[in-house]
Ligand binder design. Structure first.
Ligand SMILES: NC(=O)c1ccc[n+]([C@@H]2O[C@H](COP(=O)([O-])OP(=O)(O)OC[C@H]3O[C@@H](n4cnc5c(N)ncnc54)[C@H](OP(=O)(O)O)[C@@H]3O)[C@@H](O)[C@H]2O)c1
Length: 321
């Protein structure tokens, strides 16, 4: 494992972090707590020390599993969680004011629930689970962040940026009031490189790269025959002819890479090849995936020729719609 500084915080976080949405077991089905806990513990044994969870992941279930593992770990593990939008609307919708989504008292109450689920005194990083740049001048988030930091309930604060809208975070970074951003960054969506990453580097903002495998597309195993359990969010994400589209894009990507290239490894190394990225957080509910992913940092960044090839595989679309 290798470590990077999370922006201007003093956290030295592992290049591979743990994406804990799947282990919430409400929108991702087909796993189980025993296997999830084993994968998380194994990742920690292999040097992982950063976990991204959220109150919304299984209504506290993911936070509870994470808390259990962190308390028994015997060494410093950094936990990031998120306050869900009060109106439960993902992504944030234009025209809906902060009073409906993140009023001051609500952010504080939500943080208390997360502290309880995690069973810790302090949350390392609290993120707003959605962000709408129209709230930039509002007081609620500013006061809540200041209060949570000064009371010692959270160490650092940030936002999770709406899907495929990296530039919607530029203004809040400029305020100097957040420490991190979490953003979709993968071979298909390279858009954060344009404006967000240069600004994050300039301002010392930590970058958490999420959905590095495009919800599984970049693991290279999805085609028209892939089936997900009933009620699993991926039935929506990969609906209609999207599995076929994914297969075609992945086939084209594979044709351009070395014959023996390991696709999930290339996808994670792609994210780690950008200096703005502090940590990349794949979901990994199995021992096999945890072990494979934690070995990726040792391979180092991708060579420039491979990055040049990957530039040709940007795919502009929004499957969350
Ligand atoms: N709005 C937000 O703030 C937001 C939204 C989405 C995600 N996130 C965060 O980002 C994290 C990562 O995104 P994600 O979990 O949605 O998707 P992802 O990391 O892009 O993909 C996860 C999928 O890839 C599979 N996988 C992982 N490593 C693999 C490997 N080495 N080989 C083959 N398959 C592999 C996983 O398997 P398993 O099924 O076995 O685990 C899972 O099916 C989330 O867990 C969450 O913490 C935040």
């Amino acid at each position: 494992m290798k470590y990077r500084k999370l922006g201007r915080t003093d956290f030295e976080v592992s290049e591979i972090g743990y994406g804990a949405w799947g282990i919430g077991a409400s929108q991702w089905l087909g796993g189980n707590d025993k296997e999830s806990l084993a994968a998380l513990r194994r990742a920690i044994e292999l040097g992982l020390n950063f976990i991204d969870t959220a109150l919304a992941y299984g209504n506290g279930h993911s936070e509870q599993l994470v808390g259990q593992v962190v308390r028994e770990a015997g060494r410093r593990i950094y936990v990031a969680t998120k306050a869900p939008p009060k109106n439960l609307l993902w992504p944030a919708q234009p025209g809906i004011g902060i009073a409906e989504v993140f009023p001051y008292d609500y952010i504080l109450r939500s943080t208390e629930r997360s502290l309880k689920n995690l069973g810790v005194e302090t949350i390392d990083l609290l993120q707003l689970h959605v962000w709408n740049p129209e709230w930039i001048g509002d007081d609620d988030w500013r006061r809540a962040f200041a209060e949570l930091k000064s009371s010692g309930k959270v160490r650092a604060v940030g936002i999770s940026i709406n899907d495929h809208q990296p530039d919607s975070a530029l203004e809040i970074i400029e305020t100097g009031l957040i420490d991190t951003v979490q953003v979709i960054y993968n071979i298909f969506d390279q858009s954060p490189e344009r404006n967000l990453f240069p600004l994050a580097i300039e301002r010392g903002i930590g970058v958490i790269a999420r959905v590095p495998l495009d919800e599984g597309s970049l693991a290279g195993t999805i085609d028209e025959n892939t089936r997900f359990p009933a009620g699993d969010f991926r039935n929506e994400y990969f609906k209609g002819d999207r599995k076929k589209q994914v297969r075609e894009h992945v086939e084209s990507l594979r044709r351009d890479l070395e014959a023996d290239a390991n696709l999930p490894e290339v996808a994670l190394r792609f994210c780690l090849s950008h200096p703005a990225v502090s940590t990349v957080i794949p979901g990994m509910r199995s021992l096999r995936n945890a072990e494979a992913n934690c070995a990726v940092p040792d391979k180092g960044p991708l060579p420039a020729e491979t990055l040049a090839v990957l530039r040709r595989h940007v795919w502009d679309r929004n499957f969350y719609d």
